[in-house]
Design a protein around this ligand. Structure first.
Ligand SMILES: Nc1ncnc2c1ncn2[C@@H]1O[C@H](COP(=O)(O)OP(=O)(O)OP(=O)(O)O)[C@@H](O)[C@H]1O
Ligand SMILES: [Mg+2]
Length: 299
């Protein structure tokens, strides 16, 4: 298949000009962002989005200006998790204004552009059976648009919540060549760690993107009555040594966190003293330290 750059003519659409102009806008927007962080896993359903939402809140509560890109175009969940599902996006000549959650965190998500709850994202292919050939190209295009055409303003942190799949980070790395780092999420199961390792190799060895560290999610369960910790997975399923060395924190399973995600309430603000909130705050501090040290080194 030819890329758009090789097309002999563009039927007057000036597609190369449009893409180049958008790429320029993207670089200008990123110039106002201090740190970009991708939250990824490779494995689905391990809590990437819930952790991204809570890290965004924790960073905001610590005085940072924070934007979040829901990079899951087909299965966006962050508008619901951050309580802005009913937000109406405002379009201005400078671009679209992001939705702003209660504590001030900014968000852009495909969910904010879909008409109804059950509206799926349909890529404009000849038939939907052909759509898979377009998916990756269209997803990158949508992502470029999200970053380039959103009026983010000055940001300390821009978090990107990636969909599952180890093939997603290359798209982001292409759009953001100086991606600040990656937070990798896994659960303790061997099945999850097997897939997550592939994503780590992709990030570290292939794309040369810094790994900030690993978050072990749903690591254990804390009894809400007696405070005792119970493992959620078998005792044999512990975090691999390679992951242990770069562990940012272990987040316990807390049904209240799931409920807060469903109702759009910021969990760490609502339940600041729970073991899960304390672990999330510890992860946030380590992410900030990572960037503080990086800044020190570059001085
Ligand atoms: N530590 C936790 N305690 C309780 N519930 C959690 C925890 N982490 C995540 N969840 C819940 O588990 C479910 C899956 O989490 P989430 O949607 O964040 O996963 P994901 O990795 O983003 O999934 P996907 O791969 O589909 O994007 C959600 O209902 C979320 O609220
Ligand atoms: Mg998700």
């Amino acid at each position: 298949m030819k890329s758009y750059k090789e097309l002999p003519n563009d039927a007057g659409s000036n597609i190369i000009g449009q893409v180049t102009a958008q790429a320029d806008r993207l670089q200008k927007r990123l110039a106002s962002v201090k740190h970009t962080v991708a939250i990824m896993s490779g494995k689905g359903g391990v809590g990437k989005s819930a952790i991204a939402a809570n890290l965004a809140v924790a960073l905001t509560l610590r005085g940072n200006t924070v934007g979040v890109v829901d990079a899951d175009i087909n299965g966006p969940t962050l508008a619901k998790m951050m309580g802005v599902r009913n937000a109406t996006l405002e379009y201005t000549p400078a671009g679209v204004k992001p939705a702003v959650a209660g504590l001030g965190t900014k968000l852009i998500s495909m969910d904010l552009l879909l008409a109804e709850d059950d509206t799926p994202v349909l890529w404009n292919a000849h038939t939907q059976k052909d759509a898979f050939t377009w998916r990756s190209t269209m997803e990158v295009g949508a992502l470029r648009e999200f970053i380039a055409d959103t009026v983010w303003g000055e940001l300390d942190y821009l978090l990107l919540d990636l969909p599952p799949g180890s093939d997603r980070l290359p798209n982001v790395a292409e759009l953001i060549p100086n991606l600040g780092g990656v937070v990798v999420v896994t659960i303790p199961s061997e099945v999850s760690q097997l897939v997550v390792k592939k994503s780590v190799t992709m990030a570290r060895d292939v794309l040369k993107v810094p790994i900030i560290g690993v978050v072990e999610n749903m690591a254990f369960y804390v009894c809400q009555h007696c405070g005792e910790e119970e493992p959620l997975f078998s005792a044999d399923e512990t975090l691999d040594d390679a992951f242990q060395q770069v562990l940012l924190g272990s987040i316990p399973f807390d049904p209240r966190l799931a409920r807060c995600s469903d109702t759009g309430i910021p969990y760490i603000d609502e339940y600041p003293d729970t073991p899960a909130s304390k672990a999330l705050i510890q992860v946030t501090e380590k992410i900030q330290n990572f960037f503080d040290e990086k800044t020190q080194r570059s001085l």
